[in-house]
Design a protein around this ligand. Structure first.
Ligand code: PGA
Length: 256
């Protein structure tokens, strides 16, 4: 049985004070649903304040939105995995916005995953096709290729804890979601299928695959009813405690 994981990707939103306000409002809601793992991913500069606000209580996980692939060095403006230790447990790697606006390649994503793992962080690895790729009918092939490239050289033991988020780029922030059937097919047959090829059935069946892209209070129940969708990576709807709290509740209700 895979424990659903609901992660809020706040992107470039919320000051440290606003971040603390949001986690304080979320915490009492999330605490009621221990059957779901809830994670918030604030901007880097908010992490110390959020970590301090949640100190000693394990109800909500904290994640970063990115990490650099090098241990340290002359990389102005970047943040290393070692710097995140103690502030975050998770780290989103290879989000399509990073791939699209900051030129991240599968090779960089692969290096980032390896360094994050070396520092004990849990990667949330994002994959997903563009609208053009979707319309050209090459979604399965493209997403499968991303999984293979992103996981290159990562052992089965290391892979077991990694979370994968399938996020069709055309659904992110657009209000368009993949239908739950299609999302389930890509999460299951394509993403988990690629993981089965790489790591065998037992490991792949234990790994969690989220859906992301305009997930909200209205569509989450239907998405979570799908057998191969193990949670969501939520952007816009994670910025409000009531909306995200409702999504966590609905995800919890999908666990039987
Ligand atoms: P969205 O973002 O929920 O606002 O579409 C999802 C994501 O980019 O992770």
């Amino acid at each position: 049985m895979r424990k659903p994981i609901m992660a809020g990707n706040w992107k470039m939103n919320k000051t440290p004070a606003e971040a603390v306000e949001l986690v304080r409002a979320l915490e009492p809601i999330v605490t009621r649903y221990p059957q779901v793992e809830t994670v918030v991913c604030p901007p880097f500069v908010d992490l110390p304040a959020v970590a301090a606000a949640l100190q000693g209580r394990g109800e909500m996980g904290v994640g970063a939105q990115n990490v650099h692939w090098a241990e340290s060095g002359a990389y102005t403006g970047e943040v290393s995995a070692a710097m995140l230790v103690g502030l975050a447990k998770y780290v989103i790697i290879g989000h399509s916005e990073r791939r699209q606006y900051f030129g991240e390649t599968d090779e960089m994503v692969n290096k980032k995953i390896k360094l994050a793992l070396a520092h004990g962080l849990t990667p949330i690895v994002c994959v997903g096709e563009s609208l053009e790729q979707n319309e050209a009918g090459i979604t399965a092939e493209f997403v499968c290729g991303q999984v293979r490239a992103d996981f290159a050289g990562i052992s089965a033991e290391q892979a077991a804890g990694i979370v994968v988020a399938y996020e069709p780029i055309w659904a992110i922030g657009t209000g368009r979601t993949a239908t739950s059937e299609i999302a389930n097919r890509i999460c299951g047959q394509v993403v988990r299928g690629a993981l089965v090829e790489l790591y065998g059935d037992a490991i792949a069946q234990a790994m969690r695959v989220q859906y992301g892209g305009s997930a909200n209070e209205k569509n989450i129940a239907e998405l979570m009813a799908m057998p191969d969708i193990d949670g969501a990576l939520v952007g816009g709807a994670s910025l409000k405690a009531d909306a995200f709290g409702t999504m966590v509740r609905l995800a919890a209700e999908s666990v039987r």
